[in-house]
Structures are given as C-alpha cells and as structure tokens.
Design a protein around this ligand. Sequence first.
Ligand code: NAD
Length: 466
Amino acid sequence: MMSNPNAAQASIVAPTSRPHDGFQTSRVYDELGMQRDPNNVYLQTIDAVLTAADIVGAPHHLQLILAQPKNETMVHFPVQMDDGSYALFKGYRVQHNNALGPYKGGLRFHEHVSLDDVKALALLMTMKCSLVRVPFGGGKGGVKCDPRKLSRDELMRTTRRFCVAIAPMIGPDTDIPAPDVGTNAQVMAWFADTYAQLTPDKPNGMAVVTGKPVEIGGSVGREKATGQGVVDVVAELAPEMGIDLKGARVSLLGYGNVGSWAARIIADRGAKVVAVMDHTGALANENGFDTVALAEYAKEHGGIAGFEKGRGGTATANNPGLGGDPISEKEFYSTKVDVFIPAALEQMINEENAEWIDAKIIAEGANAPTTPMGERVLLKKGVEIIPAILCNSGGVAVSYFEWVQNKSHVTWDIERVDEELNRHMVLAARRTKLARHRYECDMRTAAYIASLEQIAKVYNLRGIFP
Ligand code: NAD
C-alpha cells in the first residue's frame, strides 16, 4: 500500500482554517515570562509567527521552541584604531533554530545593532530557509559600529577580531554567516581568511561564510541574488494582482545591495523606477531613472543625494532620464506606484507613512520593514504586502548554492544559478499562494504557514531528544 506523504503533516496541522483567538500566543508569552511590547521588533516577529502557528494548529511545544532562539551570544573585543588607540566593540551571534540544517544568516555592521534586532532577524532566517526549502536553520549576527566611520584597515581588524570572538560557535557544517547591511564580499573575504587561519585542520574552512568574492569561492550571481529574487517573486504574483511589469511604476526605499539590484532587474523587465529614497535624500523622475547609472553614483558617493537632473549619470537610448528632482520624504511615500520596494532597514513603514503610501503592492526587500500598525493601515487600504521571508529569500537561496559548490568543489555558471534561483523563488511564491487560498489569510500569515508546515513536519519526524 502507498503511504500517504502528508501523513506526518496531517497529524500536527489542522486540515482546515480555524479562527485565531490569540489564546495560544498569550500562553506562550506567559510560560516564557515574556512581556508584551508593541514596539519591540523581536516580539512583533514572534507574534506573527505564533499567529500562523495557531491557525495551522502547530503543537504548543513547537510554538514554545520557536519563540526563543537556541543560543544567544554577546561578545566584546578590542580593536586597534589607525591612530594607535583602542576601541571596544560589541558583537552578537544568535542561533535561532537548526532543525532543518546548519544555522545560516548574515552579519550586520551598524551603529544600531541590538540583541533584539539580531534575534528577530535570526527568527526570520529560520522561517525564510524553511519557506524557500533550503536545508538551513536560522541565525544572524552583527557588530555595533558605524562601518562608514572606519578606515579600510580598521574595518578589516574589526572583522578579523569579531571572527576570532565567534569562531568557536560557527563553522562550515554548523553555522554559516553571510553579508548583510554594512558588510559585503570584501568583509566576507577577511572573515573567511581569518577562520581558515584559525582552523588549519578543517579542509574547507573558507566555506564558513557565503557571499565571498567569486575568486575565493563565492558564487556568481550572489551579489544580485536578493534583488533578483524580489523581482522573480513580484513577476510571479503581479499578474493576478492586475499588474503588468512592463510599464509598471516602481519606487524604492533604500538603494544599496538589495534596492539597487531590484531596481536594475525590474527596469530590465520594462518597469519604470520613478522614485527613490535612501539615508541621504529622496529623488523622483517621472520618465524613470537610469537605474544602472544611479547604482554607480550611489556606490561612489555613498548615497543617492546629488544625482539630480543634468548632473550624475549617463543618458541611454531607452532612457533619456538622467538624474531626478529632489523631493520630500512625504512626497516620496505619496508617489503613485504599482510596486513599492522597501529595501533599507527594519520598521521604516509605520502608521504615519503607511497612510501616505499610494501603491498596489509592497514587495518587502528589507527584513521586517513594516510595523504591525503600518501593516494594518496598508491592508485596510487594500495594499498587497509580499512579506520579507518570501520576497528577499533569493539571497539565502544563492548562498545555499555557494555552499553546495564549496562543499562539492565545483562551480556553477550564471545560467544555472539564475535558473535555480528562479525555480526556488517561484515555488516559494506558489507555496504561499496555496496557503493563502487554503486558510483565507493575508500573505504574511500565509508565508509563515507554508514555512511552519515544513518545520512542523521535521519536528514530527525527528522528535525531541531524548
Ligand atoms: P545595504 O547596506 O547595501 O543598503 C541599505 C540601504 O538602506 C542603503 O541604500 C541606505 O542608504 C538605506 N538606508 C539606511 N538607513 C536609511 C534611512 N534611515 N532612510 C532611508 N534609507 C536608509 O544593505 P542591503 O544588503 O541592501 O540590505 C537592505 C535590507 O535587506 C536589510 O533589511 C537586510 O537585512 C535585507 N536583506 C539583505 C540581503 C542581502 O543579500 N544583502 C538578503 C536578505 C535581506
């Protein structure tokens, strides 16, 4: 007799939708002694996950397990500055869950990095890896510093000392960091080199991080992967939301790695990027920006400010627009668009600016960019929100491909990477759509449900030791 492949799931996941009354969530909070705080990004993320867990009837012990990370590490380490003085830095590595595989998640260098931020981001990684079906768990780390104020040598010494501080808890088979805000392929190269020096007995020490330069084992396509994944998901979901990417109007909050790549790739597909804002200012161009020139300008100048009409950028045959006109923050948010892509930091779309937003879709390139209050306003206005765990999972998908290439000593070409990335993104989007139809819920809850179903199956199969 054929066994039912859904049997494990059926035993732990209720077959039909049931109303979420918040009772289970409150129980988890009470048992773990957690205090409610609507402004805390970690608790907001937990709330969303527990809501989904409750809807699918995930067992109470799984909810308890997911509500706290497995390990939280805080380190302090001194670094010599160029003037000979010493600065003491605080770093974090949070390992949320490894039921599906080694912990995986980026390293953020930013002056506002805090333990709760890192915990929230680690939890999101657990959910993201499960949704996009890569065999990793969730982790995240960071150093509280402003990398823009460090010289290249200071940044290198900070990276190397941070690696030494967390080396005992990471490794190519246990926990594999990657770039995030404030870090890049060069930082990963220093990090990997330090780890390899510390562990000469490990043949594959450089595989301790992904997002490395291609010359030292990075994957082609990794740098653009997150932005490309955002566009793959939007392209999959847009038609049924009545949007044709060709000619669609797009705005971007953040024009760093994720934002600038999403902009370039969506423009390649015929969309027009009409408004952009980053930490240096906001610009609009009704004809559509030259997204490549803007990316080059932002890289060179540390932001988009100054990329105004008649100044930076080169005209192309298809895009006569050079730079843009400076606009206010309110004008940026109020620009009428089909797709709004937040690709900066957490919690930037709040109750106030959500009222200003005039978009059909929010495609969350950044992690946790929308506060629950902001989300409520947007959903009430009928805006579709494609959640971060779906929308920005292209980065971890290609990180997984890099890790596979490192472990098997092969290199893939860009066609293979692009094709595999697209397949992973489209399947994750379809899983989310299915959960949405099945449970008649918003897209964020649906993405968490599709992710939790996999985690719940794995827990059911593995059981809890002993
Ligand atoms: P980045 O450092 O390359 O870019 C960050 C962007 O945010 C910059 O354009 C910066 O100007 C802008 N920004 C910062 N503060 C701002 C403010 N107050 N107002 C407006 N803009 C502001 O970082 P990134 O790698 O592009 O990451 C962006 C987001 O995407 C983060 O939430 C990150 O966690 C998430 N993410 C990144 C990846 C990746 O592969 N890089 C993968 C998944 C998720």
